[in-house]
Design a protein around this ligand. Structure first.
Ligand SMILES: NC(=O)c1ccc[n+]([C@@H]2O[C@H](COP(=O)([O-])OP(=O)(O)OC[C@H]3O[C@@H](n4cnc5c(N)ncnc54)[C@H](O)[C@@H]3O)[C@@H](O)[C@H]2O)c1
Length: 339
């Protein structure tokens, strides 16, 4: 299920997951306008669409508008003739620890701007990409969409507030909306440096550079890791399926992996299975347990994840090697910082 021949605005489309969403939308002949302030996203993530001479068949299908979601007027202008808006721009979870008001501004005020522009311009659909962080830690597993939402981070709270505004627009003004709650995604183009760098790139690159992964806390905390191309396909399905209108849908793998297990898998794949990670103190607000119930996504979106964690880790490592990354140079720049 993919929208076709539509004009689709993707906020945050130069980022990790957003750029994969753009790939799928372009492949289905949509015209895509990416709205991004390039704070963590890069032009390089979209270069295969933007640079002339690469793939002529897709030439001109993607436009990049450098704008900030906190700029209400800019959002109104860019969304003016959109059929669909996929809202993914975000200030990430670790940014929330050091800069909570900034996170609020981007994730809450920015989302309200996008919601207002979508409502004012009567777009056909708004897909709000939310996060499993909105749940907080699991009280029961697997976590259905009705699981309590008790976030433990500023970021999680801000994503939940974004959901509240999105649903309000549907309830009060009739805006057709879908909320997807995405669990931890990983794969090509995932940021490896700075506040956006997540556990998998860090563990893999440290191991490739001859160092050991650094686990914050006991390592018994779990995450539900989903391959980024599966995540992007789920988001695109949500942009077209009528069955999911007005609902919240989880996108995860449906399996939990502890951070210790993750480190062990990566060490083993890279031929260092006899070694163990380094342990450091727990990160504030770190979620203890996540495992998604993904039956609703199967029912409403006909969406099912296709890539196991073992397969995904191998694919990601292959992608890093093919990209010619210099793990030693990466390690020299990496900050071991527990926020
Ligand atoms: N990565 C994950 O595991 C994960 C998990 C759950 C939910 N999500 C959600 O998926 C979406 C995409 O996340 P991602 O991991 O690709 O993050 P990302 O940081 O790679 O992408 C976010 C994009 O938003 C842009 N951006 C940030 N602030 C902006 C602003 N003020 N105005 C305009 N653009 C701005 C960044 O430049 C970047 O391109 C987010 O909504 C996030 O909450 C991600």
């Amino acid at each position: 299920m993919t929208p076709q021949n539509q004009r689709i605005v993707v906020t945050g489309g130069a980022g990790f997951i957003g750029s994969h969403v753009v790939d799928l939308l372009v492949a289905a002949n949509n015209r895509v306008v990416v709205v991004d302030n390039l704070s963590t996203g890069t032009r390089r993530n979209l270069s295969h669409h933007l640079d002339s001479g690469n793939d002529r068949s897709h030439a001109g299908r993607v436009a990049l508008v450098e704008a900030d979601v906190t700029d209400g007027r800019a959002m109104n202008d860019v969304i003016a003739d959109a059929d669909v808006v996929v809202h993914m721009a975000v200030a990430c979870v670790r940014t929330g620890i050091g800069r909570p008001l900034h996170v609020h501004e981007v994730n809450v005020s920015g989302t309200l701007n996008v919601c207002l522009a979508a409502t004012r311009n009567r777009v056909g659909r708004l897909v709000y990409v939310s996060s499993s962080q909105a749940y907080g830690t699991a009280q029961t597993v697997p976590m259905t969409e009705d699981h309590p939402t008790e976030p433990t981070t500023i970021h999680g709270a801000s994503k939940l507030m974004g959901e509240t505004y999105t649903m309000l627009m549907a309830r009060t003004y009739g805006l057709p909306v879908v909320i997807v709650r995405l669990f931890n995604s990983y794969g090509p183009r995932e940021p490896a440096l700075g506040t956006g760098a997540e556990v998998i790139p860090k563990f893999v690159l440290r191991t490739m550079a001859g160092a050991r992964p650094v686990v914050f806390g006991s390592g018994l905390q779990t995450r539900d890791f989903v391959w980024v191309e599966d995540s992007a396909r789920g988001i695109v399905c949500a942009a077209v399926s009528d069955a999911c209108l007005g609902t919240v849908v989880n996108l995860g793998r449906g399996q939990e992996v502890s951070i210790r297990q993750l480190a062990a898998k990566i060490l083993a794949i890279l031929g260092r299975g006899a070694e163990s990670p380094i342990f450091d103190r727990r990160r504030p607000g770190d979620v203890e347990r996540h495992r998604a119930d993904i039956r609703r996504a199967g029912r409403l979106l006909s969406w099912h994840p296709t890539v196991s964690i073992d397969e995904g880790l191998r694919r990601y490592i292959d992608w890093l090697v093919d990209s010619g990354i210099d793990a030693d140079a990466w390690l020299a720049r990496d900050e071991r910082r527990n926020w």
